[in-house]
Write a protein that binds this ligand. Sequence first.
Ligand code: SAH
Length: 365
Amino acid sequence: MHALPLPSQLADPARRALLDVPSEEMLDWLQARGQAPLRFRQMRRWLLVGRAVAFEQMSDLPRHLRDELSAAFRTLGSDIARHLVSCDGTHKLLLRLHDGQVLECVLLQEANRRTVCISTQVGCGMGCVFCASGLGGVVRNLTVGEILEQLIHARNLLPAAERLTHIVVMGMGEPLANLDALLEALAVAVSPRGLGIGARHITISTVGLPAKIRCLADLGKQYHLAVSLHAPNDELRTRIVPTNDKTGLTEILAAADYFYATTGRQVTYEYVLLRDLNDQPAHAAELAKLLRGRQAHVNLIPFNDVEGLPYRRLTQQALTDFVAILRGGGISVKVRKRKGADIDAACGQLRRAALAEPASTAGVE
Ligand code: SAH
C-alpha cells in the first residue's frame, strides 16, 4: 500500500453538482443566458468523457459561461477524502459528499478488466449480521449524480488510453432499495455518449427484494443479477439476513426464476461463508438441492473480517469440501478471489474506520 496526494479540496456545499441538476433545469438556465442547448451536451461530455474536473478546463465553452457556471454549480459534488492503493493494483476511494457523508468505491484491475464496485446508499438498512455497511443502519439514498461520480472518480484514475469495462453494484447499500436512481445512473454508464460500458458487464447484487427483482426483469435490460443467498434454508437465512423474515427463500427464488425466464440471463447466487455457521457439508448439500434444476451459478465468498464482529473465515479444508459437494451436485461454482485485502476493501470497512477516527487525521495515509 502506498500513499497518494489528495487531488481536490472539500467541495462548496452551496452549489449543486452538474450531474444532479435535472436536464430541463439546466437547459432553462442556459437559455436564460442566451446559450444554445448544445452547451449542456458539451458540459456533460467534458465530465463523462473528457475527464474535466473544473469548468475552467471546458475549453470549447465561452470563458464568461465557464465563470458563470463555476459561480452557480460544481462539476463534481463529491471529493476524494482518501485514496488507497493495494499491492494488487486495487484502488479504494473514500468519497466525501456535499453533506459530509462518506462512501466507498473500489477500482479492481485484472488483465483487461477495469471493474468499479459502486455504492448506492450511505450505510445500509438490510442488517446482514456479518456486513460492515449495515452496522449503523441506512443514512440515505445516493443521488443519480453521486452514483455516477463514483464511476467518474474511478475512471479518472486510469491512464488516458484505458476505460472502465465492468461495474459491480456491490458496494454499500441495497441497490434495489434505490432502484430508480441506480437505473438512471446506469443508463448514462452504458450510453455511448456517457461511459460506454456494456450493459452485459454490469452486475446488480441484491439481498433479495422479490418485487424489485421482478421490476428489474420487466425492464428488458441486460444487466446481470446476483442474489445474496448466504444460507440454504429459511431458519438459517433469517439468522444471517434478518430481512429474510419478511420475504423467505421461496419468494426470492421464484423472483429470480422469473428474472431468468424473462431476460434469459443466468442468475448468480452469492454465498458468504462464515465459519461453523453456514459452511458445513450439510449446508452445501442442502444448497445443491435447493438450486438443482435452476440455471444458477454460485459465487462463494470467504468472509472478510470485520472488526468488532464475532464471525470468522472458514478453513481451507471446509472451503474445498463445500466446493466439491456443490460441484458433485451439478452446480456451477466459483470462489471469489480476495482483492485489496491490505486496504480494507470489503464493503463499508474503510468508511467505518474513517468514522471512528478524529476528523483531523482523515485523508492522511
Ligand atoms: N445489498 C447488496 C449488496 C451488498 S455487497 C446485497 O446484499 O447483495 C455485495 C456482497 O458482499 C453481498 O453478497 C454481501 O453479503 C457481501 N458481503 C458483505 N460483507 C461481507 C464481508 N464482510 N465478507 C464477505 N462478503 C461480504
